[in-house]
Write a protein that binds this ligand. Structure first.
Ligand code: PDD
Length: 284
């Protein structure tokens, strides 16, 4: 049985209980982070912490744990659960209150939960096979840049993809792709440019996205941060997604149309390897 962290204590998962009055449960009034673990160590922990701080700020949440405490909790969980490869999930909600739409006074206790999840990251079959995706309208709220626990539309979109025999969905707003349901979306054009949507309130600033962009620049590849359509993606040479739980997975089919020759492309494979080398170099 896993050990989880709940409000200052490490407890067996069967004993980790949260009140029915938790605002995370009632209003999805909470934020989260997912950090990859390789060889029992955390990938780009400080970048995840920086995004956590931003999400907390946008939601007017004041977490009393500092960097050293949060790092220690992450590492303690990895050790106790003997996690080699997978992820650490962390969630902060606005705590337990009588149901009231208004925020409780600043300083009211928050609910803090962390747990580990084992997952094959490096040797994932999807990395070799590539994903089939469908396009769906982006019906999420207007602050998709905040990593909130309000993920219902992502669940609905993934279910719809599964019902159509696909692996996932890319979301389209006003005719332009914003991102995947739980990942950032990239294409590679015929002249070799790596293209992804520019950051705004319409998409999450992915940590993997940011690290990959740095690698693209470092290796003198061309980067374009701009909007693109599903049609452009279908006609692209290659396409892929980035996230902490996948790193980089090729996208080989969009709405039934093969991307390129319908197999994971060479530049996507190279970028995945560059990202893995980066992750192994920065794990802490
Ligand atoms: N999802 N976009 C969305 C909507 C996401 O939910 C995620 C991450 C990403 C990629 O961000 P990062 O590279 O920092 O993981 C983009 C996590 C993994 C999840 O919900 O499980």
């Amino acid at each position: 049985m896993r050990t989880v962290y709940l409000n200052g204590e490490f407890v067996p998962e069967s004993e980790a209980k949260i009140s029915v009055f938790d605002r995370g449960f009632m209003f999805a009034d909470g934020i989260y982070e997912v950090t990859a673990v390789l060889q029992g160590r955390l990938v780009d922990f400080d970048l995840h912490l920086a995004r956590l701080a931003r999400s907390l700020g946008e939601m007017a949440l004041q977490l009393s744990l500092d960097r050293e405490q949060l790092l220690a909790i992450h590492q303690e969980l990895i050790t106790r659960n003997q996690l080699q490869e997978g992820l650490v999930y962390m969630q902060v909600s606005r705590g337990v209150q009588d149901r009231n739409f208004l925020y409780p006074p600043v300083g009211s206790p928050l609910t803090v939960v962390l747990y580990t999840q084992a997952k094959v990251v490096l040797d994932s079959p999807l990395a070799k096979r590539g994903m089939s995706i469908i396009g769906l309208p982006d019906l999420r709220w207007g602050r998709s840049d905040i990593k909130t626990t309000q993920l219902l539309y992502a669940c609905m979109a993934k279910e719809q993809a599964r019902a159509q025999g696909a692996d996932d969905a890319w979301l389209v707003k006003d005719g332009w792709i914003t991102e995947g349901t739980s990942n950032n979306a990239f294409i590679i054009t015929h002249d070799g440019a790596v293209v992804t949507r520019e950051l705004s309130r319409a998409l999450l600033p992915g940590i993997t996205r940011g690290a990959l962009i740095a690698l693209v620049k470092e290796h003198d590849l061309r980067l374009e941060e701009r909007a693109y359509t599903l049609e452009e993606a279908q006609g692209a040479t290659e396409a892929f997604i980035t996230s902490s739980t996948s790193f980089i997975y090729p996208v080989v089919n969009i709405d039934g149309h093969p991307v390129g020759d319908g197999k994971p492309g060479p530049l996507t494979r190279r970028l995945r390897q560059l990202y893995i080398d980066h992750a192994l170099a920065v794990i802490a």
